[in-house]
Design a binder for this molecule. Structure first.
Ligand SMILES: [Mg+2]
Length: 322
């Protein structure tokens, strides 16, 4: 049974202690931002001191294992981020509902980016001066960057008509089918279906991407080819959402540097704008060939193990005690 918070945010239930900690810190996030100062940055040059770090991460195939969806191998690096109050910002193709569950499991109270940059969710009172939001609810200021799901579904139906039997979208699938396709539990599949800005879809081998793109252009939409699913979206991407958040942090904390981690083409816009882009190796040992950046860091390992090892190495190089 849930116990009430004590004076110092203490909880009597061990299960709820994690959740309680989450909400306790949630109240004073601006203090965390001010504390995130990395001294002796890079080569010890004084001009680089006191830079703040932000870490943006994809989930599937990056922080989460491609098959098991576990982030357990990443725990050592997650602990370092927490110890140094370095914000970890989830930036994924997943829905708000899916991310909220994972954030509780991660004990994470920072802003997040849903559905490939479709929206930025900022916990209320996170920044001393909150930005102008598109809308607000009890928990977040929400900045919409994406196209509505109903409009995406309308365009996707045209694609299915042009390429009969070759495409299948989330909106066409029952939760049971999504659970089977993704290896999700039924409850996770229900959360995954709560789309707001992105229609994930499967395409058969040999499908005409040129024709699909032509139809997408007609509706002023975009196709992103992802690791497990492809995505039909508006003209938003992870990079725009990352830059929007970076500017908000800058208003609060001044100069800062961004680390970004991803494994697929839909992560490219996020990796392009990062100071330290990290490409995570895929489970089959390959790297996404569509991602080529001069400053790209390749993870030696795949999934959350590669995430952890590469991030710890980089943080150490940047002067963070690991
Ligand atoms: Mg991924």
């Amino acid at each position: 049974m849930t116990q009430p918070l004590g004076g110092e945010g203490k909880l009597l239930s061990s299960v709820d202690r994690e959740i309680g900690f989450y909400y306790d810190r949630f109240r004073f996030p601006q203090c965390l931002i001010l504390k995130n100062m990395v001294g002796d940055f890079l080569d010890g040059n004084n001009s680089q001191k006191d830079c703040r770090l932000l870490v943006f991460t994809d989930l599937d195939g990056t922080l989460l294992d491609h098959e098991s969806y576990s982030f357990e191998p990443a725990l050592p690096a997650l602990a370092v981020l927490k110890d140094h109050d370095i914000p970890l910002i989830v930036c994924t193709s997943k829905t708000r509902a899916e991310i909220e569950l994972i954030r509780v499991q991660l004990n994470n109270m920072h802003p997040f980016i849903s559905e490939n940059g479709g929206a930025v969710f900022i916990p209320r009172n996170y920044f001393p001066h909150m930005p102008q939001a598109t809308r607000e609810d009890a928990d977040y200021c929400i900045i919409d960057l994406g196209t509505s799901y109903s409009r995406l579904r309308g365009a996707f139906k045209h694609m299915c008509t042009a390429l009969p039997g070759q495409l299948k979208g989330f909106g066409d699938c029952a939760p049971e089918e999504i659970a089977h396709l993704c290896g999700f539990s039924l409850s996770s599949a229900v959360l995954a279906k709560k789309r707001e800005y992105d229609e994930p879809f499967l395409a058969k081998d040999g499908v005409s991407w040129e024709l699909l793109q032509k139809i997408a252009d007609r509706f002023d939409l975009r196709i992103n080819r992802g690791g497990r699913f492809n995505h039909l979206t508006g003209h938003h991407d992870k990079g725009q959402a990352v830059l929007l958040l970076r500017d908000l942090y800058r208003q609060q904390s001044g100069d800062l540097r961004m680390i970004a981690l991803g494994d697929s083409h839909n992560d490219l816009p996020m990796l392009e704008v990062a100071d330290y882009p990290i490409l995570i190796k895929k489970q089959d040992g390959s790297y996404d060939s569509s991602i080529a950046l001069d400053n790209l860091i390749l993870s030696p390992g795949s999934g959350p193990s590669g995430w952890c090892e590469t991030l710890l190495d980089l943080l150490s190089d940047l002067g963070v005690k690991c």
